[in-house]
Design a binder for this molecule. Structure first.
Ligand SMILES: [Zn+2]
Length: 262
């Protein structure tokens, strides 16, 4: 009895056994503790690093946004790979690198990494069911490689961007859980407009912005289904101003909750 006590203290059955062993009826509070909690923390990993952005600030801003939204998250931040455009980070040495996480937030920027085996160690974990959020330069990461696995995982293909500006965000799926309450006529903080060459078949575009150069519309928020994984994506996220925009942060929190199945 004592040996198994620590293993099963949180189960109702065990509480019943413990209570009976000590000659007590289980209390109502015991039952409440034993029930699966809807408020169990989301186990989230931020993978960040590489070229061109202030990842320390962005990671802290993301975590602060969840805290201020009263969303309980257990965070793991993996900040690796230096500040260049090419790296193979240690995290992915282990094929089980994402085991146990409800969602992985990819906010990294390694455009010139081209090792197909390395990239497939990342995408295969997602294809088997690790949900994801993909942010800004994640869309240009691995852009020079021939294989499409990463781009199919993202849900969009992009290799370049327009200049920085305050882009109007047009919601195309106003009833979607991620976009409800997103204000009409909202403009991004000063940010880059990523040019989307291709939208993959399992992608649902949630919002677009329009190029000031040629009037073409490009997805800026979307969802994707990649194997068993739900993916939420946004191409915004260049500037620190974006990570201080409450409208962007609210959509980001909603999108992460959606991807994590909450
Ligand atoms: Zn950028």
């Amino acid at each position: 009895m004592l040996l198994s006590l620590s293993r099963c203290l949180k189960t109702y059955l065990c509480m019943l056994m413990v209570s009976q062993a000590f000659g007590q009826e289980p209390k109502a509070t015991d039952v409440q503790i034993a029930e699966p909690s809807a408020k169990a923390p989301i186990k989230a990993m931020i993978v960040t690093g590489g070229c061109c952005h202030d990842y320390r600030f962005q990671s802290e801003a993301i975590m602060k946004a969840f805290k201020e939204s009263n969303v309980n998250v257990e965070w793991t931040v993996i900040h690796q790979g230096g500040t260049g455009t090419e790296a193979e980070i240690d995290l992915y040495d282990d094929p089980k690198w994402a085991d146990g996480f409800d969602v992985v937030i990819h906010n990294e920027c390694f455009a010139n990494t081209k090792n197909a085996d390395y990239i497939r160690r990342i995408t295969s974990a997602h294809h088997q069911g690790v949900n994801a959020v993909v942010v800004h330069c994640a869309m240009h990461t691995y852009r020079g490689v021939d294989i499409d696995d990463w781009r199919q995982f993202l849900g969009v293909t992009s290799r370049r961007h327009d200049h920085q500006s305050n882009y109007k965000i047009d919601v195309t799926q106003p009833d979607h859980a991620i976009m409800k309450d997103f204000p009409a006529d909202h403009k991004s903080a000063k940010d880059e407009l990523y040019i989307i060459e291709k939208v993959w078949p399992n992608t649902t575009v949630l919002a677009t912005s329009t190029s000031e150069k040629d009037g073409s519309k490009h997805p800026v928020f979307w969802t994707n289904q990649f194997g068993k994984a739900r993916v939420f994506g946004t191409t915004y996220g260049h500037s620190s101003d974006t990570f201080q925009d409450p409208v962007f942060l609210r959509a980001f929190v909603q999108g992460t909750k959606w991807a994590a199945g909450r």
